[in-house]
Design a protein around this ligand. Structure first.
Ligand SMILES: *[C@@H]1O[C@H](CO)[C@@H](O)[C@H](O)[C@H]1NC(C)=O
Ligand SMILES: *[C@@H]1O[C@H](CO)[C@@H](O)[C@H](O)[C@H]1NC(C)=O
Ligand SMILES: *[C@@H]1O[C@H](CO)[C@@H](O)[C@H](O)[C@H]1NC(C)=O
Length: 405
């Protein structure tokens, strides 16, 4: 399962009121010969204001991620990482060598896990835009983390045509996930000084505003992240400090995201849909979430996009088997798997629909709406729960669990 969310964009630009220059005007230079070891919570370099940090974060037990994060909030939210697919053990090292190479070396094996591709660097710095840059003698940046985004874009950051945002695998797993955001070549997206994101054509005409926001950069940390569930979410608010006239809690609050309903917008002939096979996708104010229907449970509760498995033994199709009595239905309102039907009947009653599915060993669920009946088989795909459906899903399942072993 891999989805490409293509927006009609050429250029995704986050541009806010910060003083910004592509040349590195850092107040803290990381000089040639500097290094950091993945040892403890304090293995990092900071930006001049110390609001941001570059270094190692421990992910799970004794595994370290080379990353950039918000340093003055308890969550230490990561906005960029180098080795999500390849965490390194304690004692590993990132170094800016005397001859100007920047690389991540694994402890013990000495293996180069990651490196920045450039020559002629004389110093590195984490800027107050949260951009990590490596610059030459004239302070011209040769390499920037902004040019190698992972799943997040930040104010003043530009996402060029060649750049791709990749979602992480799950909320806590920084491996490359199932969704990517690419930019098509017929427009630009700008995150401008009004703190909004909009699509702009190549000649600079605003075509459409995607996300908008009224919070200031001075008072709030901001970011936009392609989440593991495929939604590009614009987190506009994390108050930088607590103050009496600021009622927002000290936490990331979310506002807009695109697509507005991923459950409905990812629906194809093949593939599972926005959630995994046999799942149900539900969109609410908080965004999309994946659920299992009655009689099913997550294959891996830590990776809900993997889908759901039946918790009972399916009905045998053996001619001699008289199992019909062992099955019954549990109804779920406003639930459907639009692409999984193999049979359809009109002008029938709900009771007829139930009997039809019960007598059919292939039938996993019957969908009933007014006088129509659809029979569906597993694996069920593109499942969703939506009040507008008006359907009733009749989940066929075994009456007791005795045969499940
Ligand atoms: C950082 O290094 C550059 C290039 O050597 C130099 O021009 C600049 O003054 C340095 N900045 C600081 C604060 O040391
Ligand atoms: C993250 O998920 C991938 C894919 O399932 C897995 O191979 C990897 O081991 C996971 N990483 C961690 C740190 O659990
Ligand atoms: C079936 O299994 C589920 C989950 O283990 C349990 O909650 C439920 O009571 C069981 N039902 C019967 C009829 O044994």
């Amino acid at each position: 399962m891999a989805f490409e969310l293509s927006y009609p964009l050429f250029f995704l630009l986050l541009l806010l009121q910060l003083p910004f220059s592509t040349t590195a005007k850092a107040h803290k230079n990381i000089s040639l010969g500097s290094s950091l070891n993945a040892l403890n919570k304090d293995s990092f370099w900071t930006s001049p204001t110390e609001e941001f940090a570059f270094g190692f974060q421990e992910i799970g037990k004794h595994s370290f991620l080379l990353a950039i994060w918000f340093n003055k909030i308890p969550e230490r939210t990561i906005v960029w990482s180098a080795n999500g697919n390849n965490l390194v053990p304690k004692g590993s090292r990132v170094e800016l060598t005397e001859d100007g190479q920047f690389r991540l070396i694994e402890f013990r094996t000495g293996k180069q896990i990651w490196y920045a591709d450039f020559t002629g660097v004389v110093y590195a710095a984490l800027l107050d835009t949260e951009n990590f840059v490596m610059a030459n003698r004239n302070s011209i940046s040769l390499w920037e983390s902004f040019d190698q985004p992972t799943d997040t874009i930040l104010p003043t950051q530009t996402l060029n045509q060649g750049n791709i945002l990749f979602s992480r695998y799950t909320e806590t797993n920084y491996s490359r996930g199932r969704f990517q955001l690419t930019l098509q070549d017929d427009g630009n997206v700008i995150f401008n000084h009004d703190d909004s994101v909009y699509i702009e054509s190549e000649d600079g005409v605003i075509l459409r505003t995607i996300l908008s926001n009224t919070f200031s950069m001075q008072d709030f940390y901001q970011r936009a992240t392609l989440e593991y569930n495929g939604v590009l979410r614009y987190y506009y608010v994390y108050p930088k400090r607590t103050s009496s006239n600021m009622r927002s809690p000290r936490a990331w609050s979310t506002s807009s995201y695109i697509p507005s309903n991923i459950c409905a917008s990812i629906s194809e002939e093949t593939g599972s849909g926005a959630c995994g096979f046999n799942s149900l996708c539900r969109q609410d104010d908080q965004g999309p979430s994946c659920h299992c229907p009655n009689g099913y449970s997550f294959i891996d509760p830590n990776d809900v996009l993997k889908g759901c498995k039946q918790d009972f033994v399916s009905r045998s199709c053996d001619k001699t088997s008289q199992e019909t009595d062992h099955f019954h239905f549990e109804a779920m309102q406003n639930t459907d798997w639009p692409n999984s039907d193999y049979d359809h009947f009109q002008e029938v009653s709900e009771d007829w629909c139930r009997q039809e599915c019960l007598g059919d060993c292939f039938c996993a669920v019957a969908i009933f709406k007014t006088s129509e009946c659809w029979k569906k088989r597993v694996p069920l795909s593109n499942g969703l729960i939506d009040l507008s459906l008006g359907t009733k899903a009749l989940m066929k399942m075994r009456k007791d669990n005795s045969t499940l072993k």
